[in-house]
Write a protein that binds this ligand. Structure first.
Ligand code: PLP
Length: 409
């Protein structure tokens, strides 16, 4: 596990963490929304624009070739990070949202017809609901929803019972952005495959907190965003097994994704370029690769155990506050702590914590259907990264206590 001295050193890698807001030291606890960036990632962006900037895959000139080499090396870094079998299985997108939209659109076009079913869970982010709903509406598909128990855990037996001969794909989050629940994705994948159903894993909240090995999981598709894993905004990853990516039609048309074009007919490029229409964000991809190298050097397992310990500490600390209810009490949880305090609206809590320099998220967290299942309008959510400390958790707890006192007075 990371020691306090190591955390202090690592914090120094993140320039923004020294910022003050409202004259208070920033306590950034909104990491599930986006993570802060280490200096090496910020420097990589500058380095790319000041040394190797040129459009990739297109030029015979030196810079273009060098930029292409950097871009393809970035793809290999992603491949290794999630242990994909081939760089062809790594598609750069704009983010987890675009990755899921790509699969929803291409997969449903190729493999679904009226009456077929897509199975999701009750704890999905809008990004893993709406793209499927759009296809369901277009093609006459049914969207089925696997329920959760009162702790916020998926009920596996019921998920399996919802699989029918018409089920084509299960799309499920690895870690819930609201509840912190870690879903048993290996078990879900095994169940799905026994029924010849494919699985897409939304890893937007997991790759930064726990080791993800797509081959060990045997998942068919997996999506994540760079900005939630210490990389830049505007870049994401879609992993897909080569055999499925080969079988899917392109998602968008344009440059890069073609082998040849005439006014009559276009033949498409090989993987992964078939899914990368237009100039890719090669600068963003290089900076994402830098973030992954940075995390790998620290050690994702060390990060996981430190964050786990921090979450336990925060859970204990906040649980002791009278009137505070933690939303999401799954046995397996990571890095997300949602709560409600009796008599204090989440929005007021978030606004007043902000005045103390503490950044948390309030509201439905892009999971309105889950809020309905839970029978609430929203929560306050503190979400942790490895640069957060016990002292910051103490400040959060003290802040909540002060606010509760204000409201009770
Ligand atoms: N899935 C989950 C579980 C998320 O938490 C998020 C973002 O919060 C997304 C998908 C969408 O990520 P992005 O907005 O980066 O595409």
């Amino acid at each position: 596990m990371l020691k306090q001295t190591e955390i202090d050193k690592l914090r120094a890698d993140f320039p923004i963490l020294t910022r003050e807001v409202y004259g208070k030291q920033l306590v950034y606890l909104d990491n599930a929304a986006t993570t802060q960036k280490p200096r090496c990632v910020i420097d990589k962006i500058t380095e790319m624009y000041t040394t190797v900037n040129a459009n990739v895959h297109r030029g015979v000139h030196f810079l273009s070739q060098e930029a292409t080499e950097v871009h393809e090396a970035s793809r290999k870094v992603v491949q290794q990070f999630i242990h994909a079998a081939s760089p062809n299985e790594i598609v750069f997108t704009r983010g987890a949202t675009e990755s899921i939209n790509l699969v929803a659109s291409s997969f449903c076009n190729a493999f679904c017809s009226e009456g077929d079913e897509i199975l999701i869970s009750a704890m999905e982010h809008h990004s893993n609901i709406v793209p499927w709903q759009m296809q369901a509406e277009r093609l006459g598909l049914k969207l089925r929803v696997a329920p959760i128990n009162e702790r916020g855990e998926l009920i596996l037996e019921q998920l399996e019972q919802l699989i029918t001969p018409r089920t084509k794909l299960i799309a499920v989050t690895h870690i819930s952005n609201v509840l912190g629940t870690v879903n048993p994705i290996k078990a879900i994948i095994d169940i799905a495959h026994r029924h010849d159903v494919l699985v897409l894993i939304d890893a937007a909240q997991s790759v930064q907190h726990t080791k993800v090995d797509v081959q060990a999981l045997d998942c068919d598709f997996l999506a994540f965003s760079s900005h939630k894993i210490y990389g830049p905004t505007g870049v994401g990853v879609l992993y897909g097994k080569e055999k499925w990516l080969n079988a899917l039609p392109p998602y968008q048309g344009g440059g890069e994704m073609i082998a040849s074009v005439s006014f009559e007919k276009t033949t498409y490029n090989t993987l992964p370029y078939k899914f990368e229409a237009g100039t890719p964000d090669y600068v963003g991809a290089a900076a994402l690769a830098e973030a992954l190298r940075y995390l790998t050097a620290i050690g994702i397992d060390k990060i996981a155990s430190y964050e786990q310990e921090l979450l336990s500490y925060a859970t204990e600390k906040l649980s002791s506050i009278a009137g505070l209810r933690i939303i999401g009490t799954a046995a397996e949880k990571r890095s997300v702590l949602s709560f409600l305090v009796e008599g204090v609206h989440p929005y007021d809590m978030g606004t007043l914590l902000d005045r103390m320099g503490i950044a948390v998220r309030t509201g439905h967290h892009c999971a309105e259907p889950l809020m309905r299942v839970l029978g609430i309008d929203g929560t306050v959510r503190a979400s942790f990264a490895f640069y957060n400390t016990r002292e910051e958790v103490d400040l959060l707890a003290e802040g909540i206590v002060r606010i509760v006192k204000m409201f009770r007075a």
